[in-house]
Structures are given as structure tokens and as C-alpha cells.
Design a protein around this ligand. Structure first.
Ligand code: WQD
Length: 340
């Protein structure tokens, strides 16, 4: 059985990917520094899959520890690298914390494995900025990132692309996520925001359950059908399945090039007000919201062209807004009774 290393595997997208890797017959080893997640997630994963994944607490910014780890684990055939700081707002306030963590981790991993394993990298649609043309394709030009977080994703992709250009045996796929939302149907794993959620859907579910006040819609004067900003929201389980498809592509040596990029979205855009309406319709819970000013750094509208992922990965998103909202709400209610 092929063993896959999942860095950041106790996190939101990481934990859902561990479940889907298990379902696809892969053995999983998680490394995480637990700076933004809980070790309890390991038991939650076991409750879903029946197997608790092997776990090593590891600071990936420590080059010596990473080298020792890799020497001790020579049975790893692939790496899915999620581990990174990802709070856009915090990255503006603490750029060095973000550049140090996100770059040291990536470079240490690629250096230590020395192209002996295939790599799947967790990237983001944030690299596109506000695209000129929608839906945005993988060939669209990247634009100057609006935040140090976004810049770490752009530069990380360049680090991988430049390394692949001179290392033919190194095979990498970068996956550009649009907006991951929702939770596993079991409601045993989901998004665990620390403090006041910055992202829309966790703020909605916390407002709905009474942990937060009314939602502020950041702007309704955009050039969009209802004036609120548009994003391509994708169910986290669909996103997780795409990582398995990427590993299988690399397993099968089907890659056209040793560095490839894929959009992971639904191909459809939804506005903030449409998300609020979808949540109310799928849960029956009325939301309170007010219209506020635009949020600094937000783009107006983005949704992905996902034809390349369908053609080359054989993957497409299957879950709609109803499942995204109802699973997010079920998870929020689970957390209220079972704090993690
Ligand atoms: C979505 C929309 C807000 C909160 C970020 C990262 C991106 C990716 C996903 C990692 C925007 C509006 C939000 C609120 C609101 N992360 N909003 N009221 O900013 O599109 O993307 O998360 O890869 O890289 O940039 O996601 O959920 O913060 O915002 O009106 O209380 O909801 O203005 O239009 P975003 P988001």
C-alpha cells in the first residue's frame, strides 16, 4: 500500500483529504505542528474511517528535524503539503511570520525528499487577484498578491516550478483552491477557526448558533447581480477528492509535464447574499445581517474554469450549495455539544 505524507493533516482541508486517501486505499502519515489545529482530530478521523492515521508532531521550519524525519521514513511515496499559515489579515500584520513559516517549510520538505517522492501542493485562486477574464483558467496571468499570504502561495508555486525545471525526476502538481466550505457528512471534522472567523461561512454558522452577532456583508456596490462580491465556493469533501485524483495522476505517471497546475472550484460563482440565502433555505435558520463597507483587499468577483481538472484529473465537484451549507451547520451544532 502506498504511504502518503500529509503535512498539516489535522487542519481543515488536510483532515478531509486524509479521510478520502483512506477511502481510496492509501496509508497516511500526518505531520503537523498543531499551531492551528488539535490532536483530537486524529480521533475524529478514526471515528470516521476506523483507522487512526500515524501522526508525528513536527515543526517543518526546522531543517535538521525535517531531514531526520525523512531519513526515518523512507517508505513515503508521495507528499500532500497543506502545512502553512493562511490568515490573510494576520499575514498583513505579521509578514515575516508568514514568509518564514510558509517558505522554510516548503523548501525544507522539497530539499529533504530530494525528488524521491511526488508532490501535491496546496495553492490558492488568490494567485489570480482580480482576473480580467472570467471564468479564470490556469493560464491566466497571476497578479501581484494583495497580501503576504497570497504572495507566499505565488512564490511557492514559482519555487516548485523553477525546481522542477532543472529536476526532471521531480513531479509536482499545484492545486489552486477557490473557496473551501462545508464539512464531512458525519459532522466529526470541519473548519475550526481560531477566534473571530475571517471567512464568510464559519462566521455565518457562528452567527446562526448565537456565538456572533449579525453578519456584516462587506459591500453591496460591486458590479455583480446583487452588488455583493462573488466567489466560487467548493465543498471541502469535493476538494479532498481532487487531492486523491492528483496523487493518482502522479502515481500513474500520466502527467504531461513534471510541473502542473489545476483549478479546484465548481466553475460557478455565488454572491455573499446568495450564500446567505442558500444557508437560510438549506437549514431553515433565519440570519441577521447588515450591509457594511467593502473589506480592504477583497476582489470583486472570481470563479474558476475547471475544464482542465475534469479533462486531466478526471475530477469535478459534485456537491452543491445546499450540501455545503447544511454540512457546515451540522458541524457547528456538533461543535456546540462537543468543543474541540
Ligand atoms: C468571501 C466573501 C468577503 C466575511 C479567502 C482567502 C483565499 C482562500 C479562501 C485560502 C468576500 C465576504 C466575508 C464576512 C463578508 N483561503 N465576507 N462578511 O476572502 O474570498 O478568500 O479565503 O486559500 O485565499 O483569500 O474568503 O470567506 O473571507 O470571503 O461579506 O463576515 O465573503 O468580503 O466577498 P475570500 P472569505
Amino acid at each position: 500500500m502506498s504511504k502518503i505524507l500529509v503535512t498539516g493533516g489535522t487542519g481543515f482541508i488536510g483532515s478531509h483529504t486524509v479521510v478520502e486517501l483512506h477511502n481510496a486505499g492509501y496509508e497516511v502519515l500526518i505531520v503537523d505542528d498543531l499551531s492551528n489545529s488539535s490532536r483530537k482530530i486524529l480521533q475524529q478521523i478514526e471515528a470516521i474511517t476506523g483507522t487512526q492515521p500515524e501522526f508525528v508532531e513536527l515543526d517543518l521550519t526546522d531543517e535538521q528535524k525535517v531531514n531526520e524525519f525523512v531519513l526515518q521514513h523512507n517508505d513515503i511515496s508521495g507528499v500532500i503539503h497543506f502545512a502553512a499559515f493562511k490568515a490573510v489579515g494576520e499575514s498583513v500584520q505579521k509578514p515575516l511570520k508568514y514568509y518564514r513559516n510558509n517558505f522554510y517549510s516548503l523548501i525544507n520538505l522539497v530539499n529533504a525528499f530530494d525528488s524521491k517522492v511526488k508532490f501535491v501542493f496546496s495553492s490558492s485562486c488568490t494567485v489570480y487577484g482580480q482576473p480580467e477574464v472570467l471564468p479564470v483558467t490556469e493560464d491566466a496571468p497571476t497578479q501581484k498578491a494583495q497580501s503576504p499570504y497570497g504572495n507566499t502561495k505565488q512564490v511557492a508555486e514559482e519555487i516548485l516550478q523553477d525546481t522542477c525545471a532543472v529536476t526532471p525526476e521531480l513531479k509536482v502538481i499545484s492545486l489552486r483552491y477557490f473557496n473551501p466550505v462545508g464539512a464531512h457528512e458525519s459532522a466529526l471534522i470541519g473548519e475550526l477557526p481560531i477566534g473571530v472567523p475571517q471567512n464568510l461561512v464559519p462566521f455565518i454558522t457562528q452567527s446562526a448558533i448565537g456565538k456572533r452577532g449579525p453578519i456584516t456583508v462587506y459591500g453591496n456596490d460591486y458590479e455583480t447581480p446583487d452588488g455583493s462580491a462573488v466567489r466560487d465556493y467548493i465543498h471541502v469533501v469535493d476538494l479532498a477528492k481532487a487531492h486523491v485524483a492528483a496523487i493518482k495522476r502522479l502515481d500513474g505517471d500520466q502527467a504531461v509535464d513534471n510541473y502542473e497546475v489545476f483549478n479546484l472550484g465548481t466553475g460557478k460563482g455565488s454572491s455573499v447574499l446568495q450564500i446567505i440565502q442558500a444557508f437560510e433555505e438549506s437549514t431553515g435558520v433565519k440570519l441577521n445581517y447588515t450591509i457594511g463597507p467593502r473589506r480592504e483587499g477583497d476582489i470583486e468577483k472570481v470563479w474558476g474554469d475547471v475544464t482542465k481538472s475534469a479533462r486531466e484529473l478526471g475530477w469535478k465537484a459534485e456537491l452543491g450549495l445546499n450540501e455545503m451549507m447544511s454540512s457546515a451547520w451540522k458541524w457547528e451544532k456538533y461543535l456546540q455539544e462537543n468543543p474541540i
